[in-house]
Write a protein that binds this ligand. Structure first.
Ligand code: GDP
Ligand code: MN
Length: 384
């Protein structure tokens, strides 16, 4: 789940990290009185970065704040966003750093990223320096001092930067984040460190540990951009990505899904979706997944459904039960090309030959090998 800046800063403040003070203005909210007295910074709240360059961050004098607010609301509406604007106190910046905590998908670990020159041009400069953090480590300020010094932190800011980095990592772990990025992490004229901007991506699989996430503004903004089907899927831990191709894909697990998508694409088709599921492999989960894809396949541009499963641990029994239940509950309206292969522990409750027999009894004609699946697809529906 992506957070807008206002929510990301709320998270930081809850954990004691400093941000400018301010107020989130919803649609129709008036400009706070202090903006008209002291001036303010107005920042459009959307899920994309690069706002500084796009004119979506406005440093306002008291007199022109109302015009800037109207302009930002207009710009958001034009981009199809709800007009949320963050109004903050003006800060005079002495220096801008870049600091982030992130899960590195490839290295499969948390990394701390730091650049001595943050701000709007950070992606054009030298890439941030990286420090890999051991799983479970409780980061202390002195752990990162050598790294930050070697990466260009000024001696005068080193102590404050070390404390900020350690605290950022603590928030990252406590909030089950995938990314927390502070750019700029500003040094003010009075020498304070302030998170002037914040970007956060939270792991939705951990939502159950954080009861208040649904109350974040980001949550309703995100819901606004999703179809009812995507919302239902997200609520039950299924990642469903609609695409604009003509072959709906029903698979279990991301690796299996990508393999099938590649095979279908290589045969000259375009996939109509991607699905992945986190946790749970009971029959009801398979049924839900299948019904979701069958529903998606009702759209006119979808011509066929390709379902393929490679199981080595997840019980084949549950897959077959779930699939047959979905076929009874919501029969697909497009041709279904089905394949299943299972080995090892997956066959404990039901062997592959028995599973194939059950599927045939239900009027299906399953294949086992992936090339046979593709061949069956080309005979069912020719590629365009
Ligand atoms: P982004 O471009 O979407 O990442 O938006 P940011 O929140 O990072 O804002 C872009 C730039 O605006 C920052 O790098 C700052 O240089 C500048 N900026 C933001 N807030 C303030 C502020 O309170 N005072 C001043 N002087 N500059 C600010
Ligand atoms: Mn920024």
């Amino acid at each position: 789940m992506n957070l807008i800046e206002a929510d990301a800063k709320l998270l930081l403040r809850r954990h004691g990290l400093a941000t400018p003070s301010g107020a989130l203005l919803g649609p129709g909210d008036p400009l706070p009185a202090w903006c008209a007295q002291a001036g303010c910074v107005l920042k459009a709240q959307l899920f994309e970065g690069g706002r500084g360059k796009a004119g979506l961050v406005r440093i306002c004098d008291p007199a022109d704040a109302p015009d800037h607010l109207a302009a930002l609301r207009g710009a958001l509406a034009q981009r199809g966003y709800e007009p949320y604007v963050l109004a903050e106190e003006r800060v005079s910046i002495a220096h801008e750093y870049y600091l982030a905590c992130q899960i590195d998908d490839v290295e499969q670990q948390v990394v701390l990223l730091f650049s001595p020159t943050g701000g709007v041009d950070v992606e054009h400069g030298t890439p941030p320096a990286r420090l890999a953090l051991a799983p479970g480590v409780v980061l202390r300020p002195d752990h990162v001092a050598a790294f930050l010094r070697a990466s260009g932190a000024a001696q005068a800011h080193l102590g404050a930067l070390c404390r900020f980095a350690a605290a950022l990592h603590r928030v990252f772990i406590a909030e089950d984040a995938e990314l927390l990025e502070i750019n700029p992490l500003a040094v003010t004229q009075s020498g304070e460190l302030l998170a002037l901007d914040a970007k956060a991506v939270l792991d939705e699989a951990a939502d159950f540990r954080h009861g208040d996430r649904a109350t974040l503004v980001s949550s309703s903004l995100q819901s606004a951009g999703r179809t009812p089907m995507e919302l239902a899927a997200a609520r039950s831990g299924i990642t469903f990505v609609p695409l604009d191709g003509d072959i709906a894909i029903l698979t279990g697990g991301a690796g299996n899904g990508m393999m099938v998508a590649d095979a279908v694409t290589d045969a000259g088709y375009r996939t109509a979706n991607f699905v992945d599921t986190i946790g749970g492999s009971g029959a009801d989960r398979w049924q839900q997944l299948a019904e979701l894809v069958f529903e998606h396949a009702r759209q006119p541009q979808v011509r066929a459904i390709v379902a393929y499963f490679t199981l080595s641990v997840t019980p084949l029994r549950y897959l077959v039960d779930g699939l047959l239940a979905a076929l009874r509950a919501t029969p697909p309206t497009k041709p279904l090309v089905l394949g299943v292969i299972a080995t090892g522990a997956a066959e404990n409750l039901l062997t592959l030959p028995d599973a194939l027999a059950l599927l045939r009894d239900a009027g299906l004609d399953p294949v086992v090998e992936l090339p046979d699946l593709v061949e069956r697809l080309t005979r069912t529906i020719p590629a365009r």
